[in-house]
Design a protein around this ligand. Structure first.
Ligand code: ZN
Ligand code: ZN
Length: 344
């Protein structure tokens, strides 16, 4: 399972522990999603790399089918040859020959969500330091209607705008970020959700928030709220939808055509006081400071440097896209006792 979706994926064979015989209630499936996300994180790197390849091949075939030859060509070339800096057991860095930048490309999506994390994590940390707020992950959902994807996205975003104008919201939230997740149900209807990291000013009963959401949407009170214990993990969870907003393997040619029509649709944004805070926020003059320690370290590594994890010399390995999953597999199957002392 490369993609992360709602009820549509509950019957996915690979996730049989979550397979549900009866249709789950809206609340149940939102809760299942949390479990599912944990399962997804347990998949090996080789499995994930293989799924990314399959997703791209599927997208490329769809693109050919709707005469988007240029897009198909870009997808084929994206990450097709890789320069891998490795000691043979660990990977320090991967440099692709070409990146397509297509919004549904899983390789480019991963890079885009890393960029968002590097940009917003320092701002969030600083914002929380200066304001007495608690971060929460809020999932807002809406009723399913016969409408286009564009209409569905507009409907939920308009409802969120209404929610933000309400007194209750302003009393309890000091801004945050939003990202869109959309998929299609078996009924063919679009399911669109907003994932919000909200900076909560003070505690409130969830029923009050449900009532507010019902007032904003007119017909939906379904939402899910959980406290974020670690903001880095919370942000990672939410920007994930920027790299995989939908289940592409369930995606048909018409879906791709429709998606291409959404060209300038934003998938991620900030709101409230956090939005203003980000405008004036300069993490550091040094771009590296916003990166994780490992990332900024990897950037300076070249062939012959010591592997950050085992100190063995790094060398440059040229791989084709099909060879990368095999290489991950090789690393995964190397006996743990052979792996050198971890770098601290
Ligand atoms: Zn790409
Ligand atoms: Zn190593």
């Amino acid at each position: 399972m490369n993609q992360f979706t709602l009820s549509t994926s509950l019957t996915e064979p690979s996730l049989s522990p979550l397979k549900s015989q009866s249709k789950p209630s809206a609340h149940t499936y939102l809760d299942n999603r949390v479990t599912k996300s944990q399962i997804e994180n347990k998949r090996t790197r080789s499995q994930r790399a293989r799924e990314r390849l399959q997703t791209k091949e599927h997208l490329s075939r769809l693109a050919v089918g709707i005469y988007e030859g240029e897009l198909a060509d870009k997808l084929e070339r994206c990450h097709s040859r890789l320069s891998v800096l490795t000691c043979g057991r660990h990977i320090a860095r991967i440099i692709p020959n070409f990146t397509c930048e297509f919004r549904l490309c899983p390789d480019c999506g991963r890079r885009r969500s890393r960029k968002l994390q590097n940009k917003y994590l320092p701002a969030m940390t600083e914002f929380m330091l200066h304001n007495r707020v608690t971060p929460v992950h809020l999932v807002l959902t809406q009723t399913h209607r016969a409408e286009t994807r564009k209409q569905s996205i507009k409907r939920i975003r308009d409802a969120f705008t209404k929610l933000q104008r309400r007194v209750f919201w302003n009393e309890h939230f000091k801004g945050g970020t939003w990202s869109l997740e959309f998929t299609k149900g078996k009924d063919g209807l679009h399911h669109t959700h907003l994932h919000i990291i909200g900076f909560r000013r003070k505690f409130f009963g969830i029923e009050l928030l449900r009532g507010e959401w019902l007032a904003a949407t007119g017909d939906s009170h379904v939402l899910h709220l959980k406290q974020i214990k670690d903001i880095a993990t919370g942000l990672q969870e939410v920007v994930k939808y920027v790299s995989k907003p939908l289940d592409i393997r369930r995606f048909g040619a018409e879906d791709l055509r429709e998606f291409l029509g959404l060209k300038n649709m934003r998938m991620f944004g900030t709101f409230g006081e956090f939005r203003d805070f980000c405008k004036g926020f300069e993490p550091s003059d040094n771009e590296g400071a916003a990166m994780s320690e490992v990332e900024s370290l990897a950037r300076d590594l070249v062939e012959g440097c010591a592997c950050p994890q085992c100190s063995a010399p790094l060398f440059d390995l040229r791989l084709s896209k099909n060879e990368l999953p095999q290489f991950y597999e090789q690393i995964e199957s190397s006996p743990p006792d052979k792996v050198g002392t971890r770098w601290n």
